[in-house]
Ligand binder design. Structure first.
Ligand code: 3PG
Ligand code: MG
Length: 418
């Protein structure tokens, strides 16, 4: 890797300012906020253990949710400190602020190998503004800066970018953590020269979210499989009816351009050949946002090219799942980003689960490298209890997508070169 990593450091006795992505899902239970998925915490443990072993004094900083500069109690990192202590098997101190005297005092008392977690940096508006004065305040307790927050590396915020600049200007080192290094390896280097066939599976709601990734991967992939609602934009572009399916009518030309490019480059581009459809019915019930809940009734397979006017596509159909499965099982490298349908509803999870199983089969039986590009596909794999049967699952959502688009992430750019 072109950037410094913690393997290149010796932090003994130094205060290590470590940015992590502990933006974990929480749920309120009996008045307490409870962590429902601690993957992001778990994935930082190798970095923490390595720095503890080196004798660093660790000061962890993170954001949780989007409190927009307010001290929103439900977005406190305090429950994360408790969980981290359990997982690490040693005490984790917590200060209910991320800058100021209390932080400096506690940081000053740390001994080699001690761990301190600071309160949500987004309790300050200056964080997201990447305010230079705020970055200076954060940097007061930093001899060395380490960024292990791949999931937030697409943000040029004070704790992900500004503080690194401050530390570097003072002659301090800014290095990637081990999770950051792994993410960049799998989503970056491994896909540069992939073992072939290289099969890319893309799903999710919108073509506009994924078009840059599609465009870039058309240069690399042997096969691209498209599922999720974005397939309906392709369908519409090809002149078929899509009924009440989610669609971006203004993106049909983008879809056609991708199909054209695939043809030119001899990339196999597979769209669903059938769909699971259901009839949407507006009910009197309201959701949390006050909008009417829409029931999806009478699910069935539609094998016609057109989707009837009254129906909505909600998943790829069994024929598509089988064809996608065949392509995936023959792959040597797989990148998967985005579900095939509304997998949260088990009636519409068959397509996503079939893809998940095929990815696992290719990994376990065909020796394929399988890389899961974060977000909903990770959720779907974990839901199917298959998370530990793929090569790599990203902890990033937006960050993974931007990185796969080929963007330089500000949180990475700010680190010291080797
Ligand atoms: C994420 O969960 O995607 C990251 O932690 C970044 O959070 P953000 O989208 O609120 O910046
Ligand atoms: Mg996000």
């Amino acid at each position: 890797m072109a950037k410094l990593t913690i393997r290149d450091l010796n932090v003994r006795g130094k205060r290590v300012f470590l940015r992590v992505d502990y933006n974990v899902p929480l749920e309120e239970k009996d008045g307490q906020m409870v962590i429902t998925d601690d993957t992001r915490i778990k994935e930082t443990l190798p970095t923490l253990k390595a720095l503890i072993e080196q004798g660093g004094k660790l000061i962890l900083t993170a954001h949780l949710g989007r409190p927009k500069g307010q001290r929103e109690p439900s977005m406190s990192l305090r429950p994360v400190a408790a969980r981290l202590a359990e997982m690490l098997g040693r005490p984790v101190a917590f200060v209910d602020d991320c800058i100021g005297e209390k932080v400096e005092k506690t940081a000053g008392l740390l001994k080699e190998g001690d761990v301190l977690l600071l309160e949500n940096v987004r309790y300050y508006n200056e964080e997201e503004k990447n305010d230079p004065a705020f970055a200076e305040k954060l940097a007061k307790v930093a001899d060395v800066y380490v960024n292990d927050a791949f999931g937030a590396a697409h943000r040029a915020h004070a704790s992900t970018e500004g503080v690194a600049r401050v530390v570097a200007k003072r002659g301090g080192k800014c290095a990637a953590g081990l999770l950051m290094e792994r993410e960049l390896k799998f989503l970056g280097d491994e896909l540069e020269n992939p073992a072939r066939p290289f099969v890319v599976i893309l799903g999710g709601a919108k073509v506009s979210d994924k078009i840059k990734v599609i465009d870039r991967l058309l240069e690399k992939a042997d096969t691209i499989l498209i599922g999720g609602a974005m397939a309906y934009t392709f369908k519409l572009a090809q002149g078929f009816k899509i009924g009440k399916s989610l669609v971006e009518p203004d993106k049909t030309s983008v879809a056609l351009a991708a199909l054209e490019k695939a043809k030119k480059r001899n990339v196999q581009f597979l769209l669903p050949t059938d769909n699971t459809v259901a009839t949407p019915v507006v009910t009197d019930k309201l959701n949390k946002k006050g909008k009417p809940i829409i029931d999806l009734n009478n699910p069935r397979t539609n094998s016609e090219p057109n989707i009837p006017d009254s129906e909505e596509g909600v998943d790829i159909g069994p024929d598509s799942a089988a064809k996608f499965g065949d392509a995936i099982r023959s792959a040597k490298t797989i990148l998967w980003n985005g579900p095939m349908g509304i997998f949260e509803d088990k009636r519409f999870a068959a397509g996503t689960n079939a893809v998940a199983q095929a990815v696992v089969d290719a990994t376990q039986k065909n020796g394929a490298k399988s890389i899961i590009g974060g977000g909903d596909s990770v959720k779907a794999l974990n839901k199917a209890k298959l998370g530990d049967k793929v090569t790599f699952m990203s902890t990033g959502g937006g960050a993974s997508l931007e990185f796969l688009e080929g963007a330089e992430l500000p949180g990475v750019a700010a680190l010291s070169d080797k």
